[in-house]
Design a binder for this molecule. Structure first.
Ligand code: UMA
Length: 444
């Protein structure tokens, strides 16, 4: 156990009562802390998640937050969705109250090894793939984190033999203290979450904290092809690279038609590119990162190859939904930023209609506007932009503007042979859910 924090008798405030907050509050209460849980939503809005909190004798402050509570605590754990610079947290910080993210607390109780995966895009796919490969190679694994499973809820399952593979977001990393993955994976860095982090520099700093507590005994895996990532290579952990374009000194790369892993001058062929079941250059990067991480975790090349071959992909990530009158539909509603959407476009060789929408996270949409104007493949496509995104005139000139998800219809026959990618270039959970539902019912 790395660095347990004595919770017994401590006053702990948990802010936000969705997945993370509920799991955190129950975890702290079970270890003898005096827990208060607060949410801006009312009891009615939160619903059935409240019952187990009451059973665990957790004090509740619902329908808003009380400043005094924030100032009286020993420890505050805000949910990832609560901005770290929220005025109440600032006030508590100024008074010396410790504020950690849930992954910091979880990391202090987690047994076994930890692989932490971060980056702007590909986190969910790579995290799932690493876990899948290791599980198939015979390791005892735990899948958790930003992927939708709070890490703190999996701590009990960990043992000295487990390898936990955790997807880590900037929101989780910005409030760590001692959190230390044995293997960190940094996939790429593009503009995202600027509504929260304000500047790209702040966002980068939050993500790069994944390396902060790693030691010489640990590994860091980084993308050698991404100029925004390479300068982040840390000094202490042993650095391994992955690359589609160059033969790296240590790590995973492409040589002709094969993926090769090189370590201390020794090269091992892992698998043939044709064996990768996922489309797109971005997925090749995800596979290379997973090959490096799993090899460093001790999986044999043949087991890694088996794991990659049998990886079915991630739900809602360029997920094929149906083919109707020659038109293939893909649900890509996990693409929640500009870069992810562009990568999805690149993954389709033919003509394509795209449906976009979501929350404006302050990203630069000129990239896509440029592509949409220039690229015949997207002309005549549908575009669904909402709220601030619509007011900004973004993101898709030259495309038919839809007003709601329900307007999405099967394209006319002249679009036969076209793919339809349904994605959200911005975030917004509820909207994404509606888009997913629509995507799933299309063609039925
Ligand atoms: N809330 C307050 N006060 C505030 C703000 C929010 O009380 O000032 C409350 C809301 O009313 C709500 C709760 O906080 O009840 C929401 O918290 P949350 O958004 O953190 O929800 P969780 O379900 O705990 O989800 C979080 C992550 N959410 C975010 O990062 C926004 C999930 O990532 C993650 O899967 C989950 O923890 C488990 O680790 C989602 C996400 O969109 C998928 N992540 C971003 C991304 O991938 O781009 C980073």
């Amino acid at each position: 156990m790395p660095n347990p924090f004595e919770l017994r008798g401590k006053r702990v405030l948990v802010v936000g009562l969705a997945r993370t907050g509920v799991a955190t509050a129950l975890f702290c209460a079970a270890r003898g802390a005096h827990v208060t849980a607060t949410d801006a939503r009312t009891e009615n809005e939160i619903g059935e998640a409240i019952a187990p909190l009451r059973t665990a004798s957790i004090s509740l402050e619902l329908g808003g937050h009380r400043e005094n509570t924030f100032l009286e605590e020993d420890l505050i754990i805000p949910s990832p969705g609560v901005p770290a610079d929220a005025p109440l947290l600032q006030a508590a910080r100024a008074k010396g109250v410790t504020i950690w993210s849930e992954v910091e607390l979880a990391g202090r109780y987690l047994h076994g090894r930890l692989i932490g995966v971060t980056g702007s895009n590909g986190k969910t796919t790579t995290t799932s793939m690493i876990e899948h490969i290791l599980k198939n190679a015979g390791f005892s694994t735990i899948l958790a984190g930003n992927i939708g499973i709070p890490l703190i809820g999996r701590v009990e399952q960990s043992s000295d033999n487990t390898i936990t593979v955790a997807e880590l977001s900037s929101f989780q990393l910005e409030l760590i203290d001692t959190f230390r993955p044995n293997i960190s994976v940094f996939l790429n860095l593009t503009s995202d979450h600027l509504d929260r982090h304000h500047t790209l520099e702040e966002y980068r700093r939050a993500k790069a904290r994944v390396f902060e507590n790693q030691t010489e005994a640990d590994f860091a895996v980084l993308n050698a092809d991404d100029p925004a990532t390479t300068p982040l290579a840390p000094a202490k952990p042993r650095v391994y690279w992955f690359s589609r374009k160059q033969r790296v000194a240590q790590g995973a790369f492409v040589r002709e038609n094969e993926i090769v892993f090189r370590h201390d001058g020794e090269e091992k062929v892992v698998l043939n590119l044709q064996e990768i079941p996922l489309a797109g250059a971005h997925n090749l990067e995800n596979v290379l990162a997973a090959v490096a991480a799993t090899r460093l975790a001790g999986a044999e090349p043949s087991a890694i190859a088996n794991g990659v071959r049998s990886f079915a992909g991630v739900e809602h990530r360029l997920e094929f939904v149906a083919e109707v009158r020659g038109v293939r539909y893909y649900n890509d509603s996990k693409a929640t930023n500009v870069d992810a959407t562009l990568k999805a476009l690149d993954a389709f060789p033919g003509r394509i209609l795209i449906v976009l929408g979501g929350k404006d996270k302050g990203s630069d949409y000129r990239q896509r506007s440029y592509r949409a104007r220039r690229d015949d493949r997207t002309r005549g496509g549908n575009c669904l932009a909402r709220g601030a995104l619509r007011r900004r005139g973004a993101p898709c000139p030259g495309m038919r503007q839809l007003r709601s998800v329900s307007e999405l219809r099967t394209p006319r026959p002249r679009f036969q042979g076209t793919g339809v990618s349904i994605g959200t270039a911005g975030g917004e959970y509820k909207f994404r859910k509606r888009v997913r539902k629509r995507a799933e019912t299309l063609g039925k």
